[in-house]
Design a protein around this ligand. Sequence first.
Ligand code: SME
Length: 159
Amino acid sequence: MADTLQLPVTSDREVLYTALLPQVAALLKDETDSVAAMANVAAALRQGLGFFWVGFYRVKGDELVLGPFQGDVACTRIGYGKGVCGAAWQRAEVLVVPDVDAFPGHIACSSLSRSEVVVPVVQQGRVVAVLDVDSIRLADFGPTDARYLAQVCALLPPL
Ligand code: SME
């Protein structure tokens, strides 16, 4: 696997995800270390899609604990059901939040974040982590992001 991502020059997310997905699959192929895998996924998504913040929170006991990420420093621990990440964990479903200020209990790690998508990582029927992506633009995420980000999460080795 080359260490450079090959991406088309376009702002069309569908096109970018379609190009990126097999490259992420190649990056993760045969990788059994979950931290290495999550780190490269975060980097690939930020590099490939230009997101403001991309990272993982892992389920540890009754909290989510910050894992590999790309972007500004962030909150370290999030309680079950708290914020967008904790809610996605509790509900075990993808949450697309077009306006973070309108989401009750949103945790503002960065005042610049305006919209967010959180995808649970489900392994053996349990949420073991969440993938959190933040944007500085309102309503920056939709079904395309939810679909492809879930596919990316499905590529991760056992956490
Ligand atoms: N906004 C998230 C917290 C994590 S940061 O965005 C990186 C939330 O409400 O759960």
